[in-house]
Design a binder for this molecule. Structure first.
Ligand code: ZN
Ligand code: ZN
Length: 144
C-alpha cells in the first residue's frame, strides 16, 4: 500500500501553509548551481511530487514566483522570503523542500548534479554527475 499520509509544512513565518500527501516520486540532495544560488546554501534537500499531492491551505496570495528559466518556477513567501517549493512544469512535478516539512520522514536515496558540488558528503548514497538516465541525464556515477 502506498503511504497516503498527509504532512503539513509552512514558510519561515507561517503566513503560507500547505500539505503534502503520499510518498514523493523521489527524494535526494541537489548540488546544482541554481539550487545553491537561490537557496544561499551548499545543497538542497528535495522531495519531488506530482502537483496534485501539494495543496496550499493558507496564504496562497502571499506566494511570490520567479522564473530564471521556464523549467523552474521558484516560489517563496512575500512576508518572510522563506522558500516553499519549485514547480518544474516541463517535467510535471513540484520540488517541495524537505527542510520545511518538519514531520515528513525524509529518506534521501541519491545526490544529483554532484559534478557541481561545493560540499562533498560521504554518506554512501550514489552521487550522480547530473541526473538519472530515465529523467534525461547521463546516469554517470561519480566518486564521493
Ligand atoms: Zn512567510
Ligand atoms: Zn538543483
Amino acid at each position: 500500500m502506498a503511504n497516503e499520509k498527509t504532512y503539513e509544512g509552512s514558510c519561515f513565518c507561517g503566513a503560507v501553509r500547505f500539505t503534502v500527501t503520499g510518498e514523493p516520486l523521489a527524494m535526494g540532495y541537489c548540488h546544482c548551481e541554481s539550487c545553491r544560488h537561490w537557496s544561499a546554501s551548499p545543497v538542497n534537500a528535495y522531495t519531488l511530487r506530482k502537483p496534485g499531492a501539494v495543496e496550499i491551505t493558507q496564504g496562497a496570495d502571499n506566494i511570490g514566483s520567479y522564473c530564471r528559466t521556464p523549467r523552474s518556477h521558484r516560489k517563496w513567501c512575500k512576508s518572510c522570503g522563506g522558500h516553499i517549493y519549485t514547480e518544474h512544469p516541463t517535467k510535471g512535478f513540484i520540488d517541495v523542500y524537505a527542510a520545511i516539512i518538519p514531520d515528513f520522514p525524509y529518506r534521501p536515496t541519491v545526490h544529483v548534479h554532484y559534478e557541481e558540488t561545493v560540499l562533498r558528503i560521504k554518506d554512501g548514497l550514489p552521487k550522480l554527475k547530473d541526473i538519472r538516465k530515465e529523467r534525461g541525464g547521463s546516469g554517470v556515477i561519480l566518486p564521493e
